[in-house]
Ligand binder design. Structure first.
Ligand SMILES: [Fe+2]
Ligand SMILES: [Fe+2]
Length: 133
């Protein structure tokens, strides 16, 4: 696995969403660095931060769904809920932190980047049409 380089292909074009996505990628890279280093004792803490941040970020998007009556709300929330369920499944596992961290990173990297480029990009287009930049 490698660290994620943030690049323009992840940008959705709405400031608050992009800032949060960047922060997310930063947290994934922190997890990556810790998996590569000898400081494995930090891993449970980093996983907790990632989980909390995911919730904070999903809430931010879901508040806009409500406020602006986003037509794709159902599908988008279902995707967030799928990730919530998966992350709590990971959190309930009793693997060694290294194994848990590796698996979680592998899963989140793929899931998030696909989600940013797909559902979130579509949602951001809707936000921009509603005057939110
Ligand atoms: Fe997002
Ligand atoms: Fe989303």
């Amino acid at each position: 696995m490698t660290a994620i380089q943030w690049d323009d292909s992840y940008v959705v074009g709405v400031g608050v969403i992009d800032e949060q996505h960047k922060h997310f990628v930063g947290l994934l890279n922190t997890l990556y660095e810790s998996l590569e280093s000898k400081h494995r004792e930090n891993i449970p803490e980093i996983i907790k931060n990632l989980t909390n941040y995911a919730e904070h970020h999903f809430k931010t998007e879901e508040e806009y769904f409500d406020k602006l009556h986003y037509p794709d709300t159902g599908v988008h929330i279902a995707a967030h809920n799928e990730l919530r369920a998966k992350v709590s499944e990971f959190a309930g596992r009793h693997d060694k932190p290294k194994k848990l961290g590796d698996d979680l990173l592998f899963f989140l990297e793929k899931w998030l980047l696909v989600h940013f480029r797909g559902a979130d990009t579509k949602f951001a287009k809707f936000l921009k049409q509603n005057g939110i930049k």
